[in-house]
Design a protein around this ligand. Structure first.
Ligand code: 1PR
Length: 572
C-alpha cells in the first residue's frame, strides 16, 4: 500500500500490542516506537497511538514506573494527535473501580465503572456492539458513515460521561467542544457507556478495538492516521434486526469459525476435524481409510478465508497440545503470527496451556505459555484440561481461591476477557438424579439407551480421552469463580454430527453463569444457529466442519439471523 508516513506507538509493556502494529502496517504506515517520556516532547512525534491492555492498575503502574504520566498529560493538553484504545481511553479518567486507589491521567473527570452482570447480561461485555455518534461533525467518526456501525468491544469497565478537567487550548471560544468530549456512546441493556471521546480537535480515544473490528475498524483507524484524508468505509448498519424479544439488539450474537489444528503423520501442521473427537480416517473403509489424520487445509489460508467470509472471531485449537509442549511447537506460533497480519477480528488459541518442564529441566508456568501465545498474536487463550483440574481443586479445597491456578494468573495479568475455558463434555444418563449427586443432573427430552430421563455432562481431559468425575455445570461455576472471562462449550456427542447444538447443555450452562458462553459442536445448517440463539442465552455459536466442507457460508447464517430478528454483524 506504499508508505503513508510515520506513526508513533507507545508500547509501555503492559501487554500485547501486536494486533495494533499489524493494523497500522496493513494501512500502509511505518511504526516508530516511543522509547522514553522525553520523546513525547519532540516535535517529530506527530501522531501517537496509545493502546491499552490488561487492567487499569497494571497499565497505570507501568506508566508511573516508566515516568510517562506527566509527559502524556502534557502531550494531550497541548492538543497533539493522540489515539487511545481501550484501557488507553480508560486511563484518561481520574480512576477506575477496577483498581481502587490508583490515580489515572485525570484528563477526563470521574471514575470508570464496572458493568453489573445479570442472567442473560454477561460481563465482560464482549462482541460487536452498535454505537451512536453524538457529535454532528467529527474527523474521526463522521456521523454519516458510522451511525449504528458495529465495533468490537471487550471490557468489563466503562466510562459514563466525558467531561474534561481542562479547557482545550486550541478550541475557539465559541466552540463547546471543550465542554464535553463525548463522541460516541454504546448501550448494553440498561447501561449507556462511553464508546469514543474526542476534544473536537486532535485528541481521540475509543473503548472499542478498531484493530479487531474488521474493515469498519480499519477505516476508522485510517481516519485518524491520515487526519481525515482517507475515504471512510461506510459503517455497517444494524440491519433489520427488529424482531428480537430479548429487548437488547445492541450487542450482536457472534458467529465463530473454529480450526482444530495438529501435526499430521508427516509433521505438517494441518487443519483437521473429527467426528466425536476422532480425527483419523476410518481404517479399511472403501479402500480409502488408512487411519491418517484428516487434512482439511492450511491453517493461515483457512483463517483468512473465514475472516473475509465475515466470521466475527476465529479460534485455533491445538488439539494435541495436551501431550506436545506448545512452545516446542513453533509452527503454531508462526501460524498465529501470520494470521494476525491478515485477520482483523479477534483470535483465540487453545491447547497445551499448563505447566511444563523441558528436557533440560527448564520450568515454564502456564502464564509463560499463554504469554507466548499472546505475543504471537492471540487476543484470547483457551484452557481445556487444566481448567477441569483447577475446578476439581476448587471444590476439593472448599471453594477457596488459591491464586495459583493458570486461570487466576493469566486473568490477573491479561484481564479476564482474555481467558476462555474450553469444556469437552459428554452425556452420561442416569435413572435418578440421586445416582450422580452431588453433581447436577437435568431432565432430558433425549432419552438414554435404557429410557433414562436424566443426564449429566461429564467433563473430559486430554481431548476427550479421559473422563473425570465432575460435570460441565460444576466446572462452569468453578471457572467463573476463578476469574475466567468466557466459556467455549463443546459437546463430544454432537461434534462433527451436523445434528445441531445440544440445546439442553447450552441452556444449562448459559443460564448458570454470568460470563459469555459460546455454543459449540454439531452445527449442520444455518437453522441450528437460530435455534441455539432462540433457546438459550448463548452469546456466540461456533462451527468447524460445515465451514471447512463449504456446506454453509457465514453470510448465509447471518442473513438467516437478520431475517429471524437476531442481532448480527453483517459484512455489507
Ligand atoms: O486440554 O488445554 O490442551 O486443550 C485442548 C483443546 O483441544 C481443547 O479446547 C479441546 O476442546 C480441543 N480438542 C482436543 N481434542 C480434540 C479432538 O477433536 N480430538 N477438539 C479437540 C475440539 C471441538 C470443537 C469443534 C466443534 C465444532 N474440537 O472445537 O471445532 O465441536 O465442530 P463441528 O462444527 O464440526 O461439529 P488443552
Amino acid at each position: 500500500k506504499g508508505d503513508k508516513g510515520e506513526v508513533w506507538l507507545l508500547d509501555y509493556g503492559a501487554g500485547n500490542v501486536r494486533s495494533i502494529r499489524n493494523a497500522i502496517k496493513y494501512l500502509g504506515y511505518t511504526i516508530r516506537d516511543v522509547e522514553s517520556p522525553k520523546d513525547l516532547g519532540r516535535a517529530e512525534v506527530e501522531k501517537l497511538v496509545f493502546p491499552g491492555v490488561g487492567a487499569f492498575g497494571s497499565a497505570m503502574g507501568e506508566l508511573n514506573r516508566r515516568g510517562y504520566v506527566e509527559a502524556l498529560r502534557e502531550y494531550i493538553k497541548s492538543d497533539r494527535p493522540f489515539f487511545g484504545i481501550c484501557i488507553g481511553m480508560q486511563v484518561l479518567y481520574e480512576g477506575s473501580e477496577e483498581s481502587d486507589g490508583v490515580e489515572g491521567l485525570g484528563v477526563l473527570k470521574g471514575v470508570v465503572k464496572k458493568f453489573d452482570s445479570a442472567p442473560g447480561k454477561p460481563v465482560p461485555h464482549i462482541g460487536w456492539n452498535t454505537i451512536t455518534v453524538e457529535k454532528e461533525k467529527s474527523l474521526f467518526i463522521p456521523k454519516e458513515d458510522y451511525q449504528d456501525a458495529r465495533l468490537y468491544f471487550v471490557h468489563s469497565y466503562h466510562g459514563v460521561e466525558a467531561q474534561p478537567n481542562f479547557v482545550n487550548p486550541t478550541a475557539s471560544s465559541s466552540s463547546c467542544d471543550d465542554q464535553d468530549w463525548l463522541l460516541a456512546q454504546g448501550k448494553y441493556y440498561d447501561d449507556r457507556f462511553v464508546a469514543a471521546v474526542s476534544n473536537g480537535s486532535n485528541v481521540f480515544a475509543t473503548q472499542f478495538h478498531p484493530e479487531k473490528s474488521g474493515a469498519v475498524g480499519l477505516s476508522l483507524m485510517d481516519n485518524f492516521l491520515s487526519a481525515g484524508e482517507s475515504q471512510a468505509a461506510r459503517g455497517q448498519s444494524l440491519a433489520s434486526a427488529t424482531g428480537d424479544e430479548s429487548g437488547d439488539l445492541s450487542l450482536a450474537k457472534r458467529v465463530i469459525a473454529c480450526l482444530d489444528v495438529r501435526s499430521n503423520d508427516n509433521g505438517d501442521l494441518v487443519v483437521t476435524k473429527g467426528d466425536q473427537y476422532d480425527v483419523r480416517e476410518a481404517k479399511g473403509e472403501g479402500g480409502e481409510g488408512d487411519g491418517d489424520v484428516r487434512n482439511l487445509g492450511k491453517p493461515v489460508e483457512l483463517a483468512t478465508k473465514y475472516f473475509t467470509w465475515g466470521a466475527d472471531e476465529v479460534t485455533f485449537l491445538n488439539i494435541t497440545g495436551f501431550r506436545d509442549f506448545p512452545l516446542g511447537d513453533l509452527p503454531m506460533l508462526e501460524v498465529l503470527k501470520q494470521t494476525s497480519e491478515k485477520v482483523f477480528v479477534p483470535l483465540t488459541v487453545g491447547g497445551g496451556i499448563r505447566e511444563f518442564t523441558d528436557s533440560e529441566g527448564k520450568f515454564y508456568s502456564s502464564l509463560d505459555v499463554a504469554s507466548e501465545y499472546f505475543q504471537s498474536g492471540a487476543d484470547k487463550i483457551s484452557i481445556g484440561s487444566e481448567a477441569v483440574h483447577a475446578a476439581e481443586d476448587y471444590f476439593g479445597g472448599g471453594k477457596q481461591l488459591s491464586g495459583s491456578t493458570s486461570i487466576e494468573q493469566i486473568s490477573e495479568k491479561y484481564g479476564k476477557q482474555a481467558v476462555v475455558i474450553s469444556i469437552d463434555p459428554r452425556r452420561v444418563y442416569v435413572k435418578d438424579p440421586a445416582d450422580c449427586a452431588p453433581l447436577k443432573a437435568v431432565k432430558t427430552e433425549i432419552l438414554g439407551p435404557g429410557g433414562e430421563e436424566y443426564c449429566w455432562w461429564q467433563c473430559t481431559v486430554k481431548g476427550g480421552r479421559e473422563g473425570r468425575q465432575i460435570g460441565a455445570y460444576e466446572v462452569a461455576l468453578a471457572v467463573e469463580a476463578l476469574g475466567a472471562g468466557e466459556i467455549l462449550l463443546n459437546c463430544i456427542d454432537r461434534d462433527g454430527t451436523g445434528d445441531g447444538f445440544d440445546l439442553e447443555l447450552v441452556d444449562l450452562i448459559s443460564s448458570a453463569v454470568n460470563i459469555p458462553v459460546i455454543a459449540s459442536s454439531g452445527a449442520g445448517s444455518s437453522q441450528h444457529f437460530i435455534d441455539v440463539f432462540r433457546a438459550t442465552n448463548a452469546s456466540a455459536a461456533l462451527a468447524a466442519g460445515i465451514f471447512h466442507r463449504e456446506e454453509v457460508e457465514i453470510r448465509e447464517i447471518k442473513a438467516h439471523m437478520v431475517e429471524s430478528g437476531i442481532p448480527t454483524r453483517s459484512q455489507d
